[in-house]
Design a binder for this molecule. Structure first.
Ligand SMILES: [Zn+2]
Ligand SMILES: [Zn+2]
Length: 373
């Protein structure tokens, strides 16, 4: 079938909305009519070529939700009409990482994500001339429809609007997973969140849900800090006009139990380290450009401070996205409020520009008004 999609032909070039051929789902795959898709900083990184070469032409978009329209052979547990959120790491459950229970680090999924294919090593997307188009981490939801592995389509409750459910598979899973799985924040522990964008806000929200206190939000934007307060931050530090580390340490003498970095810059990763109490660990969620390095004061390793990455919420994503959907539907996580802008396929470039300038939280691309809710 023909689908309208936003295509990245080369890094640095604007996405072009055009008609592509989408082949039918093969064994273990489903066809989803996309209702809504979130625009994430990772899409911008890919569009600007900062995550490596050879990744185009590609249809971007790895965070979204839609309705199952067709099911390939051998798919169990999904049926026509099911409402689903996309999961951009469909675990194979047989590689060494999956064997260790680290499903977010599935080696099979990582290899195919890097190649831009589905799990059989081929693409369902083609240009009118026949050239294969790469999938973006199995999802490619900046399009009217997409074909994804069954494990990339996670059923979500009927009472959750799909324009809200669209954020589950990246921003929410990443932010909430960092708090639950990577840091394992306990009630009464202190938290500092550096960067209050789409993912940082989910970290603040999840820290509140975990009972953390105080929750110190750090950002350069006063409006985002205001929003962070409304989501459960007990304190806000504006990094634009002061030394953020000194300000956090004034609020939490001795340092925090958990620091989260959701910016993706070496300087803010270092800040996350600098606000820790001895024995605590900084969780880095932000994605830095290739080649960036972080410098740490090595002597402080004596105090047993640590810093670790967290990819996709360190989660078992196909299981946990469904659980998060329930929390969102029950109003326990503030996700709808994270949508600052709504647009269509032609508005993705403007959304990229807002991300570059740090304006707003998530832009949601609505592809099907009726099912998006
Ligand atoms: Zn993302
Ligand atoms: Zn695996």
């Amino acid at each position: 079938m023909e689908v309208a999609a936003a295509v990245l032909h080369a890094p640095g070039r604007p996405l072009s909305v055009e008609s592509l051929t989408l082949d039918a789902p093969r064994a273990g795959e489903v066809l989803v009519r996309v209702a809504a898709a979130g625009v994430c900083h990772t899409d911008l990184h890919l569009a600007e070529g900062r995550l490596g070469d050879g990744r185009w032409p590609m249809v971007l978009g790895h965070e979204g939700a839609g309705v199952v329209e067709a099911v390939g052979p051998g798919v169990a547990g999904l049926a026509l009409g099911d409402r689903v959120a996309f999961c951009f790491v469909p675990p194979c459950r047989s590689c060494p990482a999956c064997g260790r229970g680290r499903f977010n680090l599935c080696e099979t999924a990582a290899a195919h994500a890097w190649a831009g294919t589905l799990l059989d090593g081929t693409s369902r997307l083609r240009l009118p001339g026949g050239e294969a188009v790469q999938h973006c981490n199995f999802v490619s939801c900046f399009a009217e429809r997409c074909v994804v592995p069954a494990a990339s389509a996670v059923p979500i409750p009927a009472d959750l609007p799909l324009r809200v459910g669209a954020l589950l598979g990246c921003a929410v899973m990443t932010g909430v997973g960092a708090v639950r799985n990577a840091a394992r924040v306990a009630a009464g522990e202190s938290v500092c969140v550096i960067g209050c964008g789409g993912v940082g806000m989910q970290i603040v929200s999840a820290a509140r849900l975990a009972g953390a206190s105080p929750v110190v939000a750090v950002d350069r934007d006063a409006a985002k800090l205001e929003l962070a307060r409304s989501w459960g931050a007990t304190d806000a530090v504006c990094a634009a006009d002061q030394d953020a580390v000194a300000a956090v340490l004034r609020l939490v003498p001795g340092g925090v139990d958990h620091a989260f970095e959701a910016v993706g810059l070496p300087a803010t990763m270092r800040q996350a380290w600098d606000v820790l109490r001895p024995g605590a660990t900084a969780i880095v969620v932000g994605i830095a450009p290739r080649g960036a390095e972080v410098a740490l004061p090595a002597l402080e390793l004596l105090s047993e401070k640590g810093i670790r990455g967290c990819y996709y919420g360190s989660a078992n994503p196909t299981v946990e996205i469904g659980m998060l959907a329930r929390l969102v539907a029950d109003g326990r996580l503030a996700v709808g409020e994270a949508v600052s802008h709504v647009t269509d396929l032609h508005g993705i470039e403007a959304a990229f520009d807002r991300l570059r300038r740090g304006i707003g939280l998530r832009t949601v691309v609505v592809l099907d008004e009726e099912s998006a809710g």
